[in-house]
Design a protein around this ligand. Sequence first.
Ligand SMILES: [Zn+2]
Length: 338
Amino acid sequence: MMPVCPLVMGPHGAAFPAFGRRALAQRRQDHAHVRRRGRERVLAPALPETDGNPVCSDCGCSICYACRRPAGQLRWRCKACRGDFSITSGTLFAWHKLPLRSYLLAVAAFCNEVKGKSMLAFSRELDVQYKTAFVLAHKLREAMASSVKGLRIGGEERVAEIDGAYFGGHVRPENRTADRIDRRRAENRSGKRRVVVVMRERDGRTLAQVFGGEEAAGPAIRQRIAKGTVVHADESPAWNPLHARFAMQRVNHQDGYSVDGACTNGAESYFSRLRRGELGHHHHIAGPYLVRYAQEAAWREDLRRVSNGEQTHGIVGLAMRSSPSVDFCGYWQRAQAA
Ligand SMILES: [Zn+2]
């Protein structure tokens, strides 16, 4: 039995086997075994307390009748509200159109990346349109972010690091050198540049939020980092007001990366992953979506040493516990109607 990472929210705490190419080839020899185990694992996250028996996603009634469609799709009918529901009703994958197996493949392919996933590559792997891949990936990012929803990090004798990094708002330089402007000046900027502020507990979780400037992050930091935490930060004056609440350790990066025990290397490590995800996979991140990519990078950073099997199991569990996405359920249909 593999050791289970406590960061993965598995319903039964069971280790999920890795799915490297060799491991898959080995297991393919026993199809029935894979099918049976796979089905149990898909159903289990949605129905852990009822031992696999269906519960109405609308009213919670546990008296439901099997009501399979003529084409074979699994459906149940609730005795109380008379509504029909499927495995994914009321979850992140509600109203799904692809076969369930495609969603499992999508989760596996998405988890297998380390810094992010190109949506062109994703759409080719799943054999779906770019737009489908885009929305599906954003739903998976929502599932990732739900693992730290409302979470407070730190506490007595705990250490957290905070830092900010700027993303977006690129102004393209003119072709001719003579026409180029000084893009460092405030009046020549696009105004779209946003800062990702990260709060990272040492040996704990990472929280990422987006603000207009570092100085706007104060209230969020006070809310998400518990009192009594020792907070490490760099020399930016935006962190000065935090001295009133936390025991602070500051490092001036003009002097070194780690000075007198103070460093923000964990936070920088997170930004390295996010930056490389932007440069290598996303290429362009539109402002309103920046927080989603930041949360995805935080999840990937926290679970980087966890096997891809456990990561997949964790995301499937989170997706089955999440409600339909407010922003991405019917995303393109709404865009078409507008
Ligand atoms: Zn019902």
